[in-house]
Design a binder for this molecule. Sequence first.
Ligand SMILES: NC(=O)c1ccc[n+]([C@@H]2O[C@H](COP(=O)([O-])OP(=O)(O)OC[C@H]3O[C@@H](n4cnc5c(N)ncnc54)[C@H](O)[C@@H]3O)[C@@H](O)[C@H]2O)c1
Ligand SMILES: O=C(O)CC[C@@H](O)C(=O)O
Length: 388
Amino acid sequence: MYQIRTYNSIAIEGLEQFSRDKYEVASELPQPDGILVRSANLLDLVFPQQLTAVARAGAGVNNVPVERCTQQGIVVFNTPGANANAVKELVMAGLLLASRGIYTGLQFTAGLTEIDPKSLSTVLEREKKNFKGQELMGKTLGVVGLGAIGSNVANMALNMGMKVIGFDPALSVEAAWRLPSQVQKAENLQQLLGRSDYITLHVPAIPATKNLVNQDTLASFKTGARLLNFSREAIVNTDDVLTALDQGKLTSYVTDFPAPSLMGRQDVIAMPHLGASTREAESNCAIMAAQQLVDFIEHGNIRNSVNFPACELERTTGYRICFANQNVPKVLSHVLNLLADQNINVVEMLNKSKDDIAYNILDVESAPSPVLLDAIAHTEHVFHMRSL
Ligand SMILES: NC(=O)c1ccc[n+]([C@@H]2O[C@H](COP(=O)([O-])OP(=O)(O)OC[C@H]3O[C@@H](n4cnc5c(N)ncnc54)[C@H](O)[C@@H]3O)[C@@H](O)[C@H]2O)c1
Ligand SMILES: O=C(O)CC[C@@H](O)C(=O)O
């Protein structure tokens, strides 16, 4: 039996991907083969010896120690795009909340519980001037990060009659194809910031994006701009945003990742990390993460890993050897020689690399002996090996 340890509540549709005759799935398992996680912080977790994979049911992997996983031969998966629509829809709500007096207006009407019913309509009509807003149509939205979410947001904004300008220095070819041609491409971040009435952030939390919005970049914002952060808290310097709000440089800040100092302000719309909290997104992410785990644990196939190369081979024989090694010459040829020395024929093989890591799947005609497997596992530069 394989063991899968869950670190958050995972949608049932995902858990159903693990057949009961092969898997034990629970939140308390000491020696898991795989981990399934959403936002739980694994940064300080000591990984058990036999752990081979961590699957993040979601996009951001800043809660997983990816580099340490790589060093230990642990494959980290995420689920690109699986919750993008859910986030896009909440960004749409965020744009409206930043534009109209919805939030303050709701607070006002909710406070009218004691009012004389006969005067209600008079009071509402008299006070509504306090909650006047502006329309989105014709305004410019700056989208920072044009991946799965950013490109969806760009599309949605165009459909709402906004102009859209985008910035993404590492846009993938796939994401570029998804992007509507009407999205203007900013040459740099400053150009985007200077032209946008609304700015929405859709970048990963990585060292390069830490404090992306800070005192200096805020200086490039249009006076009165509105900022939306559905990415991560670390991307924005909260103190600098508070100063910009106090000085009127920013009109409002909508965030799914509020810091304590933002609470209770009328110009901050703070949400409790709700971006991916829809039935559909939770189900999509859980199914995708679970299927990727199963395919890796049972067949060694790698799809949507953030630290290992994509490597998928349909099974051609009953004996499969998978191994990972530092991406240096002669490792694969050495392993092939070991197999040849034992008269083991390779029927199909795939070798892929990503940065410093190479990963190999070898389908062989006959069963490799434990001694041979041991020799492969101890080949110089090989740091992970499984016989499946
Ligand atoms: N609020 C939520 O619940 C929620 C849900 C999903 C994702 N997220 C966050 O949103 C982030 C983006 O998600 P995604 O699915 O669009 O990921 P993605 O990988 O598809 O897109 C991220 C894009 O950001 C770009 N990028 C990286 N650094 C950049 C920089 N300095 N400037 C501009 N662009 C840059 C990348 O090239 C990529 O195209 C995630 O990493 C996660 O932190 C939040
Ligand atoms: O699991 C969640 O609720 C949030 C996931 C989200 O932050 C992500 O990065 O995909």
